[in-house]
Design a protein around this ligand. Sequence first.
Ligand code: AMP
Length: 213
Amino acid sequence: MKSVIFIAPPAAGKGTQSDILKKDGYIHLSTGDMLRREVSSGSELGVYINNLMQSGALVNDDIVNELIVNNLSALGNKPFILDGYPRNLAQAENLSNIFDNLNISNYEVIYLKLSENDALKRTLGRVTCKCGKSYNLNEESLKPRIAGVCDDCGSELVTRNDDNPESFKVRFETYINNATPLIQYYEKLNKLHEIDALNNSFAISEEIKGILK
Ligand code: AMP
């Protein structure tokens, strides 16, 4: 199984597709989740990160680069999903260096394409569980079975504090500014696969599995 890097605007379905791949033995590495854990710890660094995340801005490259190198180094040969990293060209170049050092070349990049309006609609409908599963109240196939309750673990579903129109605007702008160089970088490496994120999640996961075989 090949490892996978996702490039996508907010709420395009990276989390949902990661949940599906996890069932096949993939290790899910989400920089957003790692940063939220640091925020929950209440550390001084967590307070600093929380302010950036709430505003919709990116966290400093050196912080996320360190999270990624530590997590990738600990993986051994297991296939992994990079969800939310790299988010800019400097991070992509850093990742290529890490891959060289760890002898990783068996991966593909999935670009989930979604318009700003559709990304906004999905962002405002998203609710998440502390177990990591996410749902979408604006997508019939992605609603929880019981309103407000996680299908998998029964915990309460909450709205992320950066899933609001103001943060979304900054996050989408940041995404647009950084996505084109990232996409071009992976196109040149012959790794890029574009998928329409408006397709249903089952069809998308079948397409992804075909690419990663
Ligand atoms: P996500 O959960 O992927 O939507 O990320 C939530 C927020 O975490 C982003 O809006 C950024 O503030 C921060 N973040 C996540 N990944 C990165 C990254 N690779 N580089 C910088 N900031 C990040």
